[in-house]
Design a protein around this ligand. Sequence first.
Ligand code: ADP
Ligand code: UDP
Length: 236
Amino acid sequence: METREQLYEGKAKTLYATDDPRLLVQHFKDDATAFNAQKRGTIHDKGVVNNRMSEYLFRYLEEHGIHTHFVERTDDRRMVVQRLTMLPIEVIVRNRIAGSLAKRLGVAEGTAAKQRIIEFSLKSDELGDPLLTDDHILALGLVEAAELAQVKEVTGRIADLLTAFFAERGLELIDFKIELGHDADGRLTLGDEICPDTMRLWDMATGEKKDKDRFRHDLGDVEETYQEVLARVLAD
Ligand code: ADP
Ligand code: UDP
């Protein structure tokens, strides 16, 4: 397989075409953004950590019946993935209320949720990824009703699997974001990445934040924390 032209450069990753129209190369950068890209920086070797961690978690999810875009990791910063037609929404799962939701609702960071929350936002940097209700999604025709039900079902299974996975490693999964799309056969498929950039993880013993919040809020030990989380993920 040959890597061809750059198709897209995003905030955290770059996508390249390959000589196979069904496959892309996903390159993980060290660039970090927060607060709708108002805060920018780099985290040394974040791309390496996020590539390896995403590989590990995609393999784990595949083993447990989740269809993902992962094909193979080719080097420290790159993986081959199936080309997807992405849904125009981001899917956020919350086991506890933290981050922007805690702020918006005026509750303490980490407030317990009586039930798991699945919410959606429009993938739009210009608009700051606004929250979408189910009715917004259906009224705008962003996703069909039957597929929205399927998105919720598969997201629930992913949430159960990831929550258990991290609990075994002494980390509480507070919330996370995923992106889904259709593969060449029209199958709903998990895409993008799963890593400390896209989730909140709190140490179950100490309560310490082990994710991108260390960068967002200048908590220190950012690089070390990414490396530590990777080591905990890789330790069987
Ligand atoms: P952003 O676009 O928010 O800056 P990234 O830097 O992570 O984010 O860019 C990666 C882009 O690639 C995202 O827009 C994501 O939706 C898209 N993407 C992820 N996986 C695939 C895939 N398998 N096929 C096509 N696009 C993908
Ligand atoms: N998230 C993400 N990308 C986004 C928005 C959110 O990966 O564009 C992740 C974020 O890291 C967190 C979860 O989704 O794990 C919930 O984020 P929240 O809505 O609280 O927003 P934030 O506090 O990150 O602005």
